[in-house]
Write a protein that binds this ligand. Structure first.
Ligand code: AMP
Ligand code: MG
Length: 413
């Protein structure tokens, strides 16, 4: 059977190539940049004063002068002024242009002012102090934001500062979340004794929302013909289908056979892991998409994940495979690996990768500790409330000791 590493690689090999779209700066938060942003002018754009105080000529100070006549005031937002008279100074404010004829700023804290005379009260003054010279951070034309960046607070501030009223970002994938199962009823329904309320699609929708992806929710009964009809329509309208349930070996598990009938190419079914062994993944190239004029969806790949229905299996498969898939499909680099140390020993006998639900704590010495949660059976999803992550324990071992570090996969979005 397939290893976790190979299954993950297969999903990544078949990631989506989503088109770009242009959005306003205000709507760009949380999106992925696809066209770099350059500086339209130098950073800073002029010799910018960094302290409130007075502007002097350093040569006067080095010649021994300590008291300067105040010739005028240069505020931020005013055109550049000139310090005219020898031995005079200008009062100057943070954010103002350095006046002509001045090169050094003395803070108000370091001068005493009486009768329009400023006297410097310190003896340690450097040429050019408290001036942020033009172009020292970036030069006009430099690339400030590269394609592939996630647009967060700092990125949007930089884009705003260079006059970028709109940005080119990755178009969001159209995602359908589909629960299957005759035993499942709607959240608002009162289940009969043999029924349960469906929860998986809400879990998946919440996690995708943290990536800025809005998904639609659907439910399909365990009937092969109905499943087929509804999946045809959902495949036509979406880039990604994420199904839950119906991929195991049960008599009503029709998902793999129906997807095959619909021409979705299976890349794998079943992984050597627990929980989540029956995970199914495939892609389809949709010819109809080639004629869609409004979008040029490169490659037109559509992806289908069939997640096992046990809620713990569902979230594990989503965190380990689906969300990383969405991330790189959006054009982001893979998330950096996160590790934690076991806070207690663990024994797991079967020779498969074991994803252990853990609670994470960050210790004062800098370590991240993973506390195993009790009762980690794959149906026991109320325990997920205490879980922050799954720790990935390798298949070739049975005993895992306190202090050993392994990779963790966050369940917190
Ligand atoms: P399946 O993968 O269809 O065999 O389902 C495995 C188990 O997960 C069954 O006990 C289902 O009732 C349960 N299950 C399936 N889908 C959901 C869902 N959307 N929400 C909650 N439980 C589910
Ligand atoms: Mg089922």
């Amino acid at each position: 059977m397939l290893t976790v590493t190979d299954a993950f690689a297969l999903t990544q090999q078949h990631r989506l190539h989503l088109p770009t779209e242009t959005v306003s700066l205000a709507d760009a938060a949380g999106r992925v940049l696809r066209e770099g942003v350059r500086a339209d002018r130098d950073f800073p754009p002029f010799n910018r004063v960094a302290m409130d105080g007075i502007a002097i000529r350093f040569a006067d100070y080095s010649a021994g002068q300590r008291t300067f006549r105040i010739e005028g005031t240069q505020l931020a937002g005013q055109p550049q002024q000139t310090r005219n008279d020898d031995n005079a100074c200008l009062e100057i404010m943070t954010g103002a242009m350095l006046p002509m004829g001045a090169d050094t700023i003395i803070r108000y804290e370091d001068v005493s002012i009486t009768d329009s005379q400023a006297t410097i009260t310190i003896e340690d003054v450097q040429l050019g102090q408290h001036v942020h010279p033009q172009a020292t951070d970036r030069q006009a034309g430099d690339e400030l934001l590269a394609a592939g960046l996630w647009l967060g607070p700092s990125e949007l501030a930089v884009a705003a500062s260079v006059g970028q009223t709109s940005l080119t970002v990755t178009a969001l994938p159209r995602v359908a979340l589909i629960s299957t199962g005759d035993e499942l009823v709607d959240v608002a329904d009162t289940p009969l004794p043999y029924q349960i309320r469906r929860s998986n699609t809400y879990m998946l929708r919440t996690a995708l929302a943290t990536m800025g992806i809005a998904a639609t929710l659907h439910h399909i009964i365990d009937d092969e013909a109905v499943l087929k009809t509804q999946l045809v329509a959902l495949l036509a309208d979406n880039d990604v289908l994420i199904l839950s349930g119906g991929v195991s070996a049960g008599k009503a598990d029709f998902v793999p056979s129906v997807l095959a009938q619909l021409g979705v190419q299976q890349h794998f079914h079943k992984i050597d892991q627990r929980p989540g062994k029956p995970l199914w993944f495939g892609t389809k190239v949709d010819q109809n998409e080639l004629t869609r004029s409004e979008l040029t969806r490169d490659g037109q790949t559509k992806a289908v994940f069939g997640l096992p229905g046990n809620p713990v299996s569902t979230i594990l498969c989503a965190c380990r495979y689906v969300f990383p898939y969405m991330r790189t499909s959006l054009g982001l680099p893979p998330a950096p690996a996160r590790y934690a140390q076991l806070a207690a020993p663990v024994v797991f006998k079967p020779a498969v990768t074991y994803f252990l639900p853990v609670h994470l704590t960050s210790e004062p010495d800098g370590r991240m500790l993973a506390h195993p949660l009790p009762g980690s059976g794959s149906a026991d999803f109320a325990n997920l409330l205490a879980a922050d992550a799954f720790m990935e324990l390798p298949p070739e071992r049975q005993q895992f000791s306190t202090g050993e570090a392994f990779q963790v996969w966050s369940t917190r979005g």
